[in-house]
Design a protein around this ligand. Structure first.
Ligand code: CA
Length: 236
């Protein structure tokens, strides 16, 4: 059974397959979300600017500006959660290279019920720095993390991370030198109910590394722990 959600949370659905868009819209509305739907990327961006949605459900394969471009532009003005809809042929590693800045993804075909569950799980995550507010700033060489203000500095220069990227980084930073498995990171960031390809974590770690200027082959901040996951701290 689906439980009702806090009314008034806004979800923008961007999907050009009309029947799928309607289905998703119906399920979200049943859970008392306010929903707007469009099949057009440019229109999605103008709706997002005006309406300020809490979540955007974004199809990767759109005519014209594709989901990646839309997501990238969205990220220049919005900190909303983004769930990307991908077809099986569009592999996750494509997203690594294109670094779109989505928070989660779901592979087609999916059940609308599962999508709604994902959206709800994301919205249960604490807003802003609330989750980490009690921690004092952390330093790893040139990297400074201020959890309260959600600030990230590398050599004194601010780095802009998405909420999800920040939460992944903080999960590692809050237990420095200890390896975190992908599952532990998922539990901490996406929640224990999250089911899917755990390489989602790798996608986000790759984005964080790129933004921090951290070389995975000789890391200053995030080390890969082979067969396990990741840990915070230099590899040297
Ligand atoms: Ca499509």
């Amino acid at each position: 059974m689906m439980t009702p959600t806090e009314p008034g949370l806004r979800v923008l659905v961007v999907e050009d397959e009309e029947p799928l868009a309607r289905l998703v819209e119906t399920y979200l509305q049943r859970s008392r979300f306010a929903v707007q739907t469009t099949g057009d990327g440019a229109e999605a961006l103008s709706i997002a600017r005006e309406w300020d949605p809490d979540v955007v459900v974004l199809d990767l394969g759109l005519p014209g500006a594709d989901g990646i471009e839309v997501c990238r532009t969205l990220r220049t003005f919005s900190d909303c959660y983004v769930v990307m809809l991908t077809a099986r042929a569009e592999e996750l590693d494509k997203l690594v290279g294109l670094s779109a800045g989505a928070d989660d993804y779901i592979t087609k075909p999916f059940s609308p019920r599962e999508l709604v569950a994902r959206v709800k799980t994301m919205l249960r995550r604490p807003r802003g720095g609330a989750r980490w507010a009690a921690s004092s700033p952390l330093t790893f060489g040139a990297l400074t993390l201020d959890p309260g203000g959600r600030e990230v500095l590398v050599a004194g220069e601010p780095v802009r991370l998405t909420r999800t990227e920040f939460d992944v980084l903080m999960t590692l930073a809050s237990r420095p030198q200890l390896a975190c498995s992908r599952r532990q990171i998922i539990d901490a960031v996406w929640g224990p109910d999250w089911v899917g390809d755990e390489h989602l974590v790798d996608v986000h770690v790759a984005h964080v590394r790129r933004k921090l200027g951290d070389d995975p082959a000789a890391p200053d901040f995030i080390c890969t722990v082979r067969g396990v996951g990741y840990r915070m701290g230099t590899g040297r």
